[in-house]
Design a binder for this molecule. Structure first.
Ligand code: SF4
Length: 362
């Protein structure tokens, strides 16, 4: 087995070099990668439990100055369908979330120049006042960078104010690929790689739980995908042992439908099921210090999601009652709570509902 030494290193939870990750990605047989990744999943998460959750995505606004090339959700301020969600609309959506048994909102949206830090702190306080048990998983490093520039505050200060106002965890949004070569082409107005990582570092220092993501399958190279994983792993290695850090890693493929990247530049999504499973498996081998890996069933669908659970993933994410950014770019998958659980069972695992901190409901 030519990759035996690298597999052994990974199974000893030693950090693999970029070159080792690239070699595995390009050359290792998929069944071997899946086997080793499954063993590693067992080391990090013994047993057959696969997490899932109920939450609801609400977009704070679709007005965004960034105009990323892969996004067809954002609008300019004077666009006829531009919006900022009102409190009445939040109430309607949260009431529905509670009726369906969930208690977490994923709040995302654009970087709207009219909305400063006080808008977000007021919003979070209001929502917590109306629904004290509500959990807010919200914003992401690009918004924190934007607010920090707008308000002339450090990342630490912006995050502290948001956490004081009710932010429970920071979403790993806007990571795309942590390579400035890629970012300059697909999202030139957004946070740089270092800014994204610096925000996460500041969040980890105040022990705000975070997630890490990757949006791949556009113009990046395999080397850049592996470099992305190494950056996440190195940052995670810096955190205090008892701090949350990155609780999970969630990769999903570029959805190209109607995006500028496809329409103007002819970049189509390179997604295919085998490559997604390979990415999940290699991620499990590279990320020796991130416990959970989530298969994005919303974007890759049932069969690929099920196979991912045999390739190192231990979570299928959320039924996501409303999702507009990915679905605006072509994702058609939808799952009810029952469907998500039967997908896990069909794959041979035990679905257990969890919260954003990956605490499982018994
Ligand atoms: S992906 Fe996010 S930051 Fe980029 S244009 Fe869309 S809403 Fe704005």
């Amino acid at each position: 087995m030519p990759f035996f030494n690298i597999y052994n290193k990974a199974l000893s939870l030693m950090p693999l070099e970029v070159e080792e990750g690239v070699t595995l990605y390009k050359k290792a047989p998929l069944e071997e990668l899946m086997f080793v990744a499954d063993r590693l999943r067992q080391i990090h998460n013994p047993g057959k439990v696969v997490g899932w959750m109920i939450d609801r995505n609400v977009n704070i606004t679709n007005i965004c100055f960034s105009q990323c090339e892969f996004c067809n959700f954002c609008r300019k301020k004077n666009s006829p369908d531009a919006y900022v969600t009102t409190i009445d609309q939040y109430i309607e959506k949260i009431d529905e979330l509670y009726r369906l048994g969930g208690d977490q909102l994923l709040l995302q949206g654009g970087m709207n120049p009219d909305l400063g830090l006080s808008f977000y702190t007021d919003l979070f306080r209001k929502l917590k006042e109306l629904y004290p048990s509500l959990k807010l998983h919200a914003l992401g490093p690009p918004e924190i960078v934007y607010l920090s520039k707008q308000e002339r505050l450090t990342f630490h200060n912006v995050l502290t104010e948001l956490a004081d106002a009710g932010l429970d965890s920071l979403a790993g949004a806007g990571a795309e690929i942590l390579s400035d070569r890629v970012r300059k082409i697909v999202s030139p107005a957004k946070a740089t790689s270092d800014e994204w990582l610096d925000v996460m570092r500041a969040a980890h220092r105040i022990n705000l739980p975070t997630s890490a993501t990757m949006m791949y399958g556009h113009i990046e190279t395999i080397e850049e995908r592996i470099g992305h994983l190494v950056k996440l792993r190195d940052l995670q290695a810096e955190k205090e042992k008892d701090h949350y850090g990155f609780i999970t890693f969630i990769p999903w493929p570029f959805q190209d439908e109607g995006t500028q990247l496809k329409e103007k530049s002819g970049v189509k999504s390179s997604y295919n099921s085998h490559d997604y499973i390979r990415l999940i498996a290699v991620s499990r081998l590279m990320l020796n210090n991130i416990r959970h890996i989530q298969a994005s069933v919303l974007t890759v669908g049932k069969e690929t999601g099920m196979l991912s659970l045999h390739a190192g993933a231990d979570d299928v994410g959320s039924i996501m009652i409303e999702e507009n950014v990915v679905s605006a770019a072509g994702s058609k998958n939808r799952f009810s709570a029952e469907e998500l659980q039967s997908l896990v069972k069909e794959a041979g695992f035990i679905p257990v509902r969890r919260n954003q901190k990956y605490e499982y409901f018994s």
